[in-house]
Design a protein around this ligand. Structure first.
Ligand code: UDP
Ligand code: MG
Length: 318
């Protein structure tokens, strides 16, 4: 019998947990030919989530958990899930039931037909605010312009991954993670499913604007080096025009003599160039900061505690 691991990153989701486990249990009944593992990754919750998960673990042998030493963010929590999941396939699902667990049986069907990565594409995100939607639309448009890889904005982390894909993802151990970009990068045979996102079952979204902004920057900087390169083009264009300007000014001075007026233009020029230099330094800083973090080569997370039957595979050191 094959085992399917359901990985659920949990950050302050105590309110939804009872509903979640009920829905997962119902789902598992429709797939009686498989063993299930419900692997909860407690990402430093400060509410009763961990206690609830431990209770579930006592009652249900399929439930396992990994308690991270602090809040590392969903991207890293998923990596912890990939490291600890024992299944032949892993399905990542949010704890807030925005993604219907009923989709899983269809995912499993495609998996049995030989697909390695069956991802769910959200048709309509009911649960999102308009501002958030607008920002995310804009963002994906920009990122898509910067990269040749195809990005599926609506395809999130709700997907079934074959063991092969999970092992591949486990080898990508950067700590500034943008998992959405990694799924495409690792390759393997993909298949798309569609679903309509529900509203959160309970609780509130765990994403703050600043956190999303960091994720967005991670997305750009891990996808593309265009922001680094663009400054040489801009510099070249500006130098070219300043040179033309210089020649014109010299010619004018030779023909009609000097005039001391024009300091506003001078000031504008200096401020404009100063601004551009600061932006380009900032961009270099963004990348350099990430290089710095990755060269420290720290483990992406630490485990405080885990359930007895959640065995960890050995992680190859690179
Ligand atoms: N999450 C997490 N760590 C965090 C933030 C979120 O593990 O630092 C989990 C959260 O518990 C949920 C999933 O990631 O299971 C998605 O979070 P949320 O629903 O708040 O995000 P949204 O759906 O609003 O994008
Ligand atoms: Mg959500």
């Amino acid at each position: 019998m094959k085992t399917i691991s359901i990985v659920i990153p949990i950050y302050n989701e105590a309110e939804v947990l009872p509903q979640l486990i009920r829905r997962l249990d119902d789902m598992s009944k429709t797939l009686s030919d498989y063993n299930f593992e419900f692997l909860f990754i407690n990402d430093g919750s400060v509410d009763m989530s961990l206690e609830r998960i431990k209770d579930l673990c006592k009652k249900d042998a399929r439930v396992a958990y990994v308690d991270l030493s602090r809040n590392f963010g969903k991207e890293v929590a998923m990596l912890a899930g990939f490291d600890h999941a024992k299944g032949d396939a892993v399905i990542v699902i949010d704890g807030d039931l925005q993604q219907p667990p009923e989709m899983i049986s269809q995912m499993v069907k495609w998996w049995e037909e030989g697909y390695d990565d069956v991802y769910a594409v959200r048709l309509d995100n009911e649960g999102e605010g308009t501002v958030k939607k607008w920002f995310s639309d804009m963002y994906y448009k920009i990122v898509q312009k910067m990269t040749s890889e195809k990005i599926y904005p609506a395809a999130g982390d709700f997907r079934l991954l074959d063991k092969k894909c999970v092992n591949a993802l486990r080898e990508l151990r950067e700590s500034a993670r943008y998992t959405k970009g990694m799924y495409g990068w690792i390759g393997f045979k993909k298949k798309e499913l569609t679903y309509i996102a529900d509203k959160r079952a309970a609780g509130t979204t765990k994403w703050k604007f600043t956190k999303l902004f960091t994720l967005a920057m991670d997305g750009i900087t891990s996808y593309s080096t265009i922001p680094l390169k663009i400054w040489s083009y801009i510099g070249f264009i500006i130098s070219f025009f300043s040179f033309l300007f210089l020649i014109i000014e010299v010619a004018k001075t030779l023909l009609w003599g000097t005039d001391a007026a024009g300091y506003p233009t001078l000031l504008a020029g200096i401020l404009f160039l100063g601004g551009i230099q600061l932006i380009s330094l900032g961009v270099i800083g963004e990348y350099l900061g990430r290089v710095f973090i990755e060269t420290k080569n720290r483990p992406p997370y630490f485990v405080k505690e885990k359930s007895k039957h959640s065995g960890q595979h050995s992680i190859d050191k690179h």
